[in-house]
Design a protein around this ligand. Structure first.
Ligand code: IMP
Length: 185
């Protein structure tokens, strides 16, 4: 059974789009003489990725990987599994790794390690949300959309149990625990 959900608007779509444009302008400037490969981490980065690359002012290539780190709900499984690999070779390329949200940092650390083994010239991280509270890895996020302290976010690609990704705005959620039913009071 799905628990009732209380959601609060955090980043409206206009705010997200404005920030995405700023990020794209910054990356376009930094890579003005290069043709980077944007690597999106599915599924969460899908809308951010699509909006970001379409705001870019330089030529680029795109590809996707899928790295599952969360079993379900809000808690991490602690391990990262690659469920879809890249199609394009990234040796001697400049890579922009596009993530939806960096939480503990486990996923992005594992993905970075895997990509580095393939001999790219450089890898920079672009994350829409940098969630600071539970970070336990030493990571530099080169291009960051928004920093948040904590909480659980949904919408604009972010899910809770694979729901709510389609919402155009970003919300924080609270799960309202149902009182245990079926008793004989
Ligand atoms: P990390 O490995 O702990 O950094 O977790 C990264 C992944 O966990 C993200 O790519 C998301 O799939 C998921 N995640 C972490 N926090 C949230 C959240 O607030 N909402 C939705 N997904 C989240």
């Amino acid at each position: 059974m799905i628990s009732p959900l209380k959601k609060e608007l955090l980043f409206p779509r206009a705010v997200i789009q404005a920030r995405v444009k700023e990020l794209a302008a910054q990356i376009s400037m930094d890579y003005s003489d290069r043709e980077p490969v944007f690597v999106g981490v599915l599924n969460g980065a899908v809308f951010f990725f699509a909006d970001l690359v379409r705001e870019m002012a330089i030529p680029l290539k795109i590809d996707f990987i899928s790295a599952a780190s969360y079993g379900s709900g809000m808690s991490s499984s602690g391990s990262v599994k690659l469920t879809k690999d890249l199609k394009v070779p990234i040796e001697d390329k400049d890579i922009i790794l596009v993530e939806d949200i960096v939480d503990t940092g486990l996923t992005v650390t594992k993905v970075l390690k895997m990509l580095r083994e393939r001999g790219p010239v450089s890898i920079k991280i672009c994350a829409l949300i940098d969630k600071l509270e539970r970070r336990n890895m030493d990571i530099v996020i080169d291009y960051c959309g928004f920093q948040v302290k904590g909480g659980f976010l949904i919408g604009y690609g972010l899910d809770y149990n694979e729901q709510y990704r389609y919402l155009p705005d970003i919300y924080t959620i609270k799960i309202i625990e149902e009182p245990q039913g079926g008793g004989s009071e």
